[in-house]
Design a protein around this ligand. Structure first.
Ligand SMILES: Cc1cc2nc3c(=O)[nH]c(=O)nc-3n(C[C@H](O)[C@H](O)[C@H](O)COP(=O)(O)OP(=O)(O)OC[C@H]3O[C@@H](n4cnc5c(N)ncnc54)[C@H](O)[C@@H]3O)c2cc1C
Length: 457
């Protein structure tokens, strides 16, 4: 049967239909619109969405609002990445990155199966050209064995296996295969998270930028917001309205590239930190030859801010290369999100090390993503490694404020596990109900504990 648009629409998962019925909303233009929510999540990327959904799912007698400055969810880093479901190979023992990546990977595959979110178990090769690179692969393999091959299956391939499966790959010293690496349609994933969050009674406001936050004597947080120009797709236009404010019990800073500046605006002097940004440029490939079926990564380079310019596939099977690493001062500077032509030659040279027959004339600049970094830190375990920073800031007098900083790769893979982790930070072993919330009072607020709140459409 031909898949016409009407056939496709008829067989879409229910959550996609639900989203299409949704109307873009932002805070009311009229003053005096105040509302209390139990939780406010700032930032509608994959991580913020996962957290907001988790809180509505497992805390049914609370209310959650998600605040996003753009006119749609997931338009920043969450849609400017490789869409790889990482196996959890690189981040060392006793780190959040390893633990949350491992847990998140299994949860993500499960969710994709259950909800019809497109994904593929592509597998991944890490390729060594010399003894030094081979020793890096040995370290990865040893780490996987220590974690447990049931968690992170890896194996070295024979020369015959390499040439039979990917005849165009050059691997002078060897290939380590990661079986549990895959790719996911990140847009579908985020659309599902948003629809499920809304279906469970969550509220999202778009075109709304958090301008400042104040901790009130009551212990609650007052969030001041500005409505952004709804006609803007970039979000870099000026706010169009006066400040508005809402009051919430808990605050989750999941603002991605803006998370450190936001944290600095809330926490005291001794907690001020400098944000770092590592831009990654992607390169398109307009040739059908060579066309590998597996994701191809060079051996990790100790100290590098990323994983090296690799080859990934999108859900349509298209090859793309990248991302490389380029340190920039600000994600808002002119050109920050434009691919840098000066990066092309270096990328081509790197790609040719593992794919020598690549058609150089078919490789072109594509798009960029920016990694939110806690320093000039490496993408893999080692002396300059930095873990995710995910903490409730109660030691500094901000209970109920959960800060998520440096949520770079593998943040997409880890998002569902990060969501459970954040819920646990806020509630520990308490189950089912809200934090300091009077359940009857919350119920009387209306649907799933939300007070009456006017939106304009
Ligand atoms: C080049 C690159 C490649 C990557 N590849 C992978 C990969 O293959 N696999 C993987 O697992 N991870 C990967 N990652 C990491 C992954 O993309 C991120 O960890 C993840 O998307 C972070 O999601 P987030 O929700 O924290 O941030 P974001 O997606 O950045 O979302 C934050 C949101 O907050 C909003 N916001 C900011 N400030 C405000 C404010 N004041 N008011 C209201 N809203 C605000 C923003 O508009 C944005 O929508 C990659 C990252 C990069 C940069």
């Amino acid at each position: 049967m031909a898949i016409t648009p009407s056939v496709f629409l008829a067989f879409r998962p229910a959550w996609q239909k639900r989203l299409n019925q949704q109307i873009t909303r932002c805070f009311s233009a009229s003053a005096q619109q105040r509302v209390d929510f139990t939780h406010a999540v700032i930032g509608g990327g994959a991580v913020g969405l996962a957290i907001a959904r988790q809180l509505t799912l497992s805390r049914p007698d609370t209310s959650t609002i998600l605040i996003e400055r753009h006119g749609a969810i997931g338009t920043e880093t969450s849609s400017r990445n490789s869409e790889v479901i990482h196996a959890g190979l690189y981040y060392g023992h006793n780190t959040l990155k390893t633990d949350l990546c491992l847990a998140g990977k299994f949860k993500l595959y499960d969710l994709c199966d259950k909800q019809g979110i497109p994904y593929r178990r592509t597998k991944k090769w890490i390729i060594a050209q010399d003894e030094q690179q081979m020793s890096e692969l040995e370290k990865v393999h040893k780490f996987a064995s220590e974690v447990g091959y049931d968690q992170v299956p890896t194996k070295f391939l024979t020369r015959d296996q390499i040439s039979e499966r990917e005849p165009y790959v050059r691997a002078e010293a060897g290939v380590l295969e990661s079986e549990s690496t895959g790719i996911v349609d990140s847009h579908n994933f985020m659309q599902f998270l948003e629809a499920d969050f809304l279906d469970n009674g969550g509220t999202d406001v778009l075109h709304t930028s958090v301008s400042r936050v104040e901790r009130l004597p009551s212990g609650n947080y007052k969030i001041y917001t500005k409505t952004m120009d709804p006609l803007s797709t970039t979000g870099f236009t000026q706010p169009i309205e006066d400040e508005d404010a809402i009051e919430v019990e808990t605050l989750i800073n999941s603002a991605g590239l803006a998370a450190i500046p936001l944290s600095n605006s809330i926490l005291p002097d001794h907690r001020q930190i400098k944000p770092y940004y590592a831009k990654g440029t992607y390169f398109s490939y307009a040739s059908s030859h060579p066309k590998p079926k597996t994701l191809l990564y060079p051996a990790p380079v100790p100290g590098l801010g990323g994983l090296g310019t690799h080859l990934t596939l999108d859900m349509a099977g298209r090859v793309r290369f990248g991302p490389d690493v380029e340190w920039i001062d600000s994600p808002d500077a002119a050109g920050a999100l434009s691919p840098n032509p000066n990066q092309l030659k270096e990328a081509l040279d790197m790609i040719a090390t593992y794919l020598p027959s690549v058609d150089r004339s078919a490789v072109d600049l594509d798009y960029c993503g920016i990694r939110p970094k806690l320093g000039k830190t490496s993408g893999t375990a080692g002396p300059t490694f930095a873990d995710f920073y995910i903490k409730e800031e109660k030691d500094d007098g901000f209970p109920g404020f959960v800060n998520l900083l440096g949520i770079e790769s593998p943040g997409l893979t880890s998002s569902l596990a990060i969501a459970e982790y954040v819920e646990n930070l806020l509630y520990g072993s308490q189950t089912g109900q809200g934090r300091n919330v009077d359940v009857d009072e919350a119920k009387s607020r209306g649907r799933k504990g939300q007070k009456n709140f006017d939106f304009h459409h």
